[in-house]
Ligand binder design. Sequence first.
Ligand SMILES: NC(=O)c1ccc[n+]([C@@H]2O[C@H](COP(=O)([O-])OP(=O)(O)OC[C@H]3O[C@@H](n4cnc5c(N)ncnc54)[C@H](OP(=O)(O)O)[C@@H]3O)[C@@H](O)[C@H]2O)c1
Length: 337
Amino acid sequence: MTTATTTTTPNLMNALQYDAYGGGPAGLKHVQVGVPTPKTSEVLLKLEAVSINPIDWKIQTGVLRALFLPRTFPHIPCTDVAGEIVEIGPQVKDFKVGDKVLAKLTHQYGGGLAEFAVASESLTASRPPEVSAAEAAALPIAALTARDALIQLAEVKLDGTGQPKNILVTAASGGVGHYAVQLAKLGNTHVTATCGARNIEFVKGLGADEVLDYRTPEGAALKSPSGRKYDAVIHCTTGIPWSTFEPNLAEKGVVVDLTPNASSLWTAALKKVTFAKKRLVPFVVTVQREGLEHLLQLLKDGKLKSVIDSKFPLSKAEDAWAKSIDGHATGKIIVEP
Ligand SMILES: NC(=O)c1ccc[n+]([C@@H]2O[C@H](COP(=O)([O-])OP(=O)(O)OC[C@H]3O[C@@H](n4cnc5c(N)ncnc54)[C@H](OP(=O)(O)O)[C@@H]3O)[C@@H](O)[C@H]2O)c1
């Protein structure tokens, strides 16, 4: 069996990897390693943009070692990438060399902080020319989490045909939150959002109907200025107890917890076994090509935008890593190999 390839792919590439848990930005080492070879149903991408998600550096801390993440050391982190296909495996049907695409790599093997990466055909989607590589790479984990939490748990119909709903988005200025506000507004919703004072106008610009500064007493209490009770909360930050959510929820309100911890998992279990009407539900996104294609279409149609906080070259990727750990990005952090 043969693979289709271009003649210009080098044998070695620049990448950043870590070889043990911990270390933060200083644990990332610049290395030259072999360009990976696509297996049967994989494509090799020359990367143009990679986005950083909090899960990338959380895996480095070792917090998910019980789930065997990462699978091996050394590990090249990051999974959300956009680039051009330069080689395809023999069973690849939907793509050809030269196609511009977006792909989601696996957390087990990563591979994103590099000049080239292999992606599964099933988690690759064609990138329309209207969408830049950075705008596309920003999407997979962040936008799909917002989309699927809204559709599956908040029961918002993104074509606007659903029942009216009141939605709260916490940390609306961040990677997930800025997509959640925009996508919620495609549905038939009233959106309340929390963010820091410096981002209030930004979040209003995304479409939020009312915005709370999370450092004020009203913001900390999550109280809707117009007195609304929330049908669903897309909860993109941490440290807010159930007792703060509970009085702000509608009769059957649900809090979708994107960063579950022991305490929130306990609350969620308790709500479930007691058949409570107001619920806390942990949610972890499962990336599928159909979702990526939907998001790319929304970007192409101008119904959604990826806001880029900052861009870093691969030679400075450790600074992008540090910025994500710092937790104060407005939108998405991008590395350009
Ligand atoms: N379950 C899943 O499948 C899934 C998927 C994606 C992400 N996540 C998790 O979801 C969380 C958010 O991810 P992300 O990519 O959106 O993070 P992010 O982009 O790093 O979020 C940064 C933003 O959060 C804001 N912020 C921080 N604390 C806040 C608070 N208490 N109230 C309001 N805003 C606050 C910051 O504003 P200031 O600068 O003003 O502080 C900043 O703009 C992370 O814990 C991540 O691991 C889970």
